[in-house]
Design a protein around this ligand. Structure first.
Ligand code: BDR
Ligand code: CA
Length: 310
């Protein structure tokens, strides 16, 4: 399969890239970067370093949006460290970003190979919204789209209601979720139940080799943050879970529902909330439905994630 990754690396973004890079049947056709966990300059530099580390230095990296469509960005140095990778200096990049923007690269790739390019979006959705503005037929031209974002029944992580990727650009997220993509939403509802705990981290520490060693060092800072949230030595595997769901939905997804999901744009307390109509008999709705993943094989994923780093 051919995959375009839009990301803001970011420690869990790094794991998503590691996961995809380890899948022999996945061709990463391009990586777009976006502000989010850090500035777009830093996430772009990190993407180049990570692709070199994980053995895919040839993948074109296109720098994307430096800010959301409407509001100022809200960066997450307290979760991912001052350089986005837990303060760890990853190996030097072996390439430079391409001249196109992330949105331009995505649009060109899907026009060249209609229906063949799947998209993994694990950062704020600004680049996808910009790509939609450049090419309104994007939902027909792209293959499957998996988005890590939102909190439907689970609590948010930046506010009581909103998850970071959606909250960083609610207008972009609202446009993308309503555009008619064949889209699966991997929200905190499942990612906060897919935790890499102490035992998994110890198993990773025992894996030899540069990739596993660096990844374990990146995770140190991230686990420190999650420990303060969860009260245990563990961390949430948001972005790599979304990657695994893109590659092997039949193995990873235990349960899902097809529902329209809207993003609250106005609420005084609920801006950025992802609102799904989960009533047993929802009213007819002309908004296109997305697949909301509601149950995953967390243990199966954690095993595969570890194998990917071996
Ligand atoms: C999402 O926000 C970012 O901090 C992570 O990389 C992930 O994509 C989780 O809310
Ligand atoms: Ca991310």
């Amino acid at each position: 399969m051919r995959v375009f990754v839009d990301c803001d690396p970011g420690i869990d973004d790094a794991l998503a890239l590691a996961y995809l890079a380890a899948c022999a049947d996945v061709e990463i056709v391009g990586v777009g970067t976006v502000y989010g966990n850090n500035s777009v300059e830093i996430t772009t530099d990190n993407a180049l370093r990570l692709l070199a580390l994980y053995g895919r230095p040839e993948v074109p990296v296109a720098a994307g949006a430096g800010r959301p469509l409407v509001q100022p960005p809200n960066l997450a140095g307290h979760v991912h460290g001052e350089n986005g990778l837990g303060g760890v200096r990853a190996p030097e990049p072996t390439a430079r970003p391409v001249d196109e923007s992330a949105a331009e690269l995505l649009v060109r790739l899907v026009r060249e190979s209609p229906g063949e390019i799947d998209v993994l979006a694990v950062g704020p959705l600004t680049n996808l919204a910009l790509a939609l503005a450049l090419e309104p037929r994007l939902p027909e031209l792209a293959g499957r789209v998996v988005v890590m974002g939102g909190a439907v029944q689970a609590p948010g992580n930046v506010t009581a209601w909103a998850e970071a990727n959606i909250m960083n650009d609610p207008e972009a997220a609202e446009a993308v979720l309503g555009a008619g993509f064949d889209l699966s939403l991997v929200a905190l509802d499942v990612t906060m139940r897919t935790l890499a705990g102490g035992r998994w981290l110890d198993d990773l520490a025992a894996v030899a080799g540069e990739r596993a060693e660096y990844t374990h060092r990146f995770l140190d800072f991230y686990v420190g943050f999650y420990e303060s949230v969860l009260g245990e030595r563990a961390c949430a595997m948001h972005d790599p879970l979304a990657a695994a769901i893109l590659v092997n939905p039949e193995l990873m997804v235990v349960e899902s529902v097809s529902v329209p999901v809207r993003v609250e744009l106005n609420g005084a307390h609920t801006r950025g909330a992802t609102v799904a109509d989960l009533r047993p008999r929802p009213r007819a709705d002309d908004r296109p439905a997305v697949t909301l993943v509601t149950e995953v094989d967390a243990d199966g994923f954690l095993k595969r994630m570890l194998d990917a780093l071996r």
